[in-house]
Design a protein around this ligand. Structure first.
Ligand code: PMT
Length: 358
């Protein structure tokens, strides 16, 4: 990693601090090295400007090259990520917005700013994004776009099936597996819609997000969001298999025993696989125990193209954790993975989809 600091940046932090953090020389002037403005960009996979001031945005939008950073931006031919940060009145200024529009139209990825308290004591949009969001944008910028042109719908998280207005039946799904799939597909260039049940995870950048609560809402969202041009549906959500026959309109009184009759919930996947013009469909099978055969039968019964088996009783796999161990089953065979991060499992599932798709 090479760091370039402008004169203004040097007022806030010393080059030495960034030299220590990056373990690399920090460049501050056009004349630090004879060809720094050509050589530094030539070596970079991505250029990240964080924080990006109104000044550097204006220079970049209009091709002004009067210091090392602006000159490097002009000679750079790869992906650029900018994280603006400034006073909210400056951010909302028409000229600034026009400049941002210009550079976004040229393919620059903008992350933030966030709304909130600003250094000047005022509140509004202008806070530098969280580091995790900037890292997410960098991941998007550097990933090979082997899914570009594909429209992918991913479901994630649990559903809630209400007994009365305050009580519901749900499950342990956190949404981590589905969100990892949505983010991996987005990074690889797909146009992604994420239909999510209740989850505490942050809405991923750059995906269309549809929030649902019950299995009925998830069914409505999946059937309406799956168009003729949808390439792939991935059902990673833990959708209810059973739901209370009726939802009481008022909170049920406490009594000794309450019986709730559960009825079979509508199967969402079957609504899509029953269509004549249908996308490639990948389901997940949450099993307790090594029931890979049962997962394969689910795939056949619901006419899916692929199913991802995970044994949710195994430590480190399934619900809530950041890792998973799966068996990916398609019509050609089975692939068992090691215990991997959910990000890696997501990439493997998408690789397998690409091998299977025409
Ligand atoms: O969210 P995490 O905490 O990261 O956990 C991940 C996970 C364990 C939830 C995920 O990896 C997973 O296994 N998801 C599917 C859970 C599930 O519902 O499995 P199932 O075997 O009951 O269902 C098989 C398939 O049918 C699933 O793709 C499911 O989305 C789908 N289904 C289920 C019920 C229903 N009414 N309609 C459906 O379409």
């Amino acid at each position: 990693m090479s760091v370039i600091m402008t004169g203004a940046a040097g007022q806030f932090i010393t080059p030495l601090s960034l030299e220590v953090a990056s373990r690399n020389k920090v460049y501050t002037s056009l004349f630090d090295a004879p060809m720094a403005h050509i050589d530094l960009p030539a070596k970079a996979d991505v250029m990240v400007i964080a924080p990006a001031t109104a000044n550097i945005i204006a220079k970049f939008a209009n091709g002004i090259a009067d210091d090392l950073l602006s000159t490097c931006l002009l000679s750079y031919q790869g992906s650029v990520v900018i994280a603006p940060s400034m006073n909210w009145k400056m951010y909302e200024n028409k000229v600034l917005q026009e400049n941002l529009g210009k550079i976004r139209a040229r393919g620059v990825l903008q992350v933030g700013p966030e709304k909130g308290p600003l250094a000047c004591g005022e509140e509004g949009p202008g806070r530098l994004s969280e580091t995790a969001d900037i890292v997410e944008a960098v991941r998007m910028a550097v990933t090979k776009k082997d899914l570009s042109g594909k429209k992918i719908l991913v479901t994630a998280g649990p559903t809630r099936e209400y007994i009365d207005p305050v009580r519901f039946i749900s499950n342990r799904s956190s949404g981590k597996m589905g969100y990892a799939l949505a983010m991996a597909a987005r990074d690889r260039g797909a146009e992604v819609t994420l239909v999510s049940g209740p989850s505490s995870l942050k809405t991923p950048l750059g995906v269309r997000f549809v929030s649902v609560e019950t299995s009925e809402e998830m069914l409505d969202a999946v059937t309406s969001e799956t168009g003729d041009d949808t390439t792939l549906l991935i059902m990673a959500a833990a959708v209810a298999d059973f739901k209370p026959g009726e939802r009481a309109s008022a909170k049920l009184e406490k009594s000794e025993n309450v019986s709730v009759t559960l009825h079979k919930a509508d199967d969402i996947i079957s609504h899509i696989t029953g269509r004549s013009n249908r996308p490639f469909v990948i389901g997940f099978a949450a099993e307790t125990g090594n029931n890979v055969d049962r997962a394969e039968k689910k795939m056949q019964k619901k006419n899916m193209d692929m199913i991802v088996f995970n044994d949710v009783s195994e430590p480190g796999a399934g619900f809530e954790v950041d890792t998973n161990r799966v068996v990916i089953i398609d019509r050609k065979g089975r692939t068992a993975t090691e215990l991997l991060s959910k990000d890696s499992v997501a990439d493997m599932v998408l690789d397998r989809f690409l091998e299977n798709s025409p």
